[in-house]
Design a protein around this ligand. Structure first.
Ligand code: GYE
Length: 333
């Protein structure tokens, strides 16, 4: 009797163990696009700038999601808006012997030394989102990110159409710009300026550094309102976060954003789109943070020693009060 009980107990243990094995097998087999048996998983070191905006959070989420989809191991490091943290992260990736390094350079200058170290270690580098300034084209494999010059140009072209529609004879603009020496700051400024340059009505009163931060956007707006008051016809802000910081300040000063002042923003996150629909922003130029798919596909190619395109720009649009936005799909960031 005791013997029989012992046997049925050990049978149950075997059945349970078998069930666990089968479940584990199915779980492993179900993992989307996960590495095949014997195939090595790619280890991707990703140095992100920080968490300064909805755009940035959306970009980090997308990178994590797509890494999982493609069966890539992501070593993620958040630099908290500091270049020295990014340089230290890249050095850790090199010491760790990752297969590919991806990073979003907070500013353009000052990367040659650390990238030379990556090159010596034979680790390919993908620039995501922002570009660097270097004479050594061989230090990075490619850039996957938006055409910021084009975004600035679209903002300027919208303003010209709006000024025409309102019959404005003089247009005084204040510009709240992004992080000094960063690609989006420089290119969004240049594209906008080039677009409005030939139009005699347009005057940029001042460009002020808002560092892509909401709090700085508010601070900059207060300074600009104190200085120029009702002379301001247009606020051109390099990202949604700074725009969202500036709007309450405009209201506090007694002006209606979207009516007394034309508000132009860049990024196209959900919150800014909702405010655009409410009439307090007039135009939002899209900048998509969804770059993960291109990054993962490029990392796989690089790991396999294949050629990759040197620049990949995503498709982007303009959302404005010229359109019916009632059916716009949720933005996802
Ligand atoms: O516009 C801003 C973010 O580099 C495109 O950085 C990115 C910019 C984006 O913080 O919101």
């Amino acid at each position: 009797m005791a013997d029989k009980m012992k046997r049925s107990k050990s049978n149950r243990v075997i059945v349970l163990a078998l069930a666990i094995c089968v479940a584990a097998f199915f779980l492993a087999a179900c993992g989307k696009k996960s590495a095949k048996k014997g195939e090595q998983k790619i280890l991707l070191g990703f140095s992100q700038i920080g968490a300064e905006s909805a755009w940035r959070l959306g970009n980090t989420n997308d990178m994590e999601e797509k890494a999982e989809e493609y069966g890539i191991n992501l070593m993620y490091e958040n630099a908290n808006q500091k270049q020295e943290n990014q340089i230290a992260a890249i050095r850790r990736f090199i010491a760790y012997k990752v297969d590919v390094i991806v990073f979003s350079p907070i500013v353009e200058d000052g990367w040659d030394n650390v990238l030379m170290e990556a090159k010596e270690a034979n680790i390919p580098v993908i620039l995501v989102d922002r570009d660097i300034n270097t004479d050594r084209e061989d230090l990075t494999a490619c850039l996957i990110g938006a055409d910021f010059y084009e975004e600035g140009r679209k903002a300027g072209e919208y303003l010209i159409r709006k000024a025409d529609a309102l019959g404005l004879e003089e247009v005084n603009i204040v510009e709240i710009s992004g992080t000094e020496n960063s690609t989006p700051m420089m290119q969004r400024q240049a594209g906008f300026k080039d677009a409005i340059d030939g139009d005699q009505r347009m005057h940029i009163l001042e460009s002020i550094d808002g560092d892509f931060l909401k709090s700085r956007g508010a601070e900059c707006m207060r300074i600009l309102l104190d200085k120029y008051g009702d002379k301001i016809d247009v606020v051109y802000s390099h990202n949604d976060e700074m725009t969202l910081g500036a709007l309450p300040e405009i209201e506090k000063a007694g002006f209606q954003p979207g009516k007394d002042m034309i508000i132009i923003s860049i990024d196209g996150g959900q919150e800014a789109i909702d405010v655009l629909k409410s009439g307090k922003i007039n135009c939002v130029v899209e900048c998509t943070p969804k770059l993960g798919k291109e990054v993962m596909e490029t990392a796989i190619k690089l790991k396999n020693g294949e050629q990759v395109e040197s620049v990949i720009h995503p498709e982007e649009q303009v959302f404005s009060d010229e359109q019916d936005l009632s059916n716009l799909a949720p933005r996802g960031y």
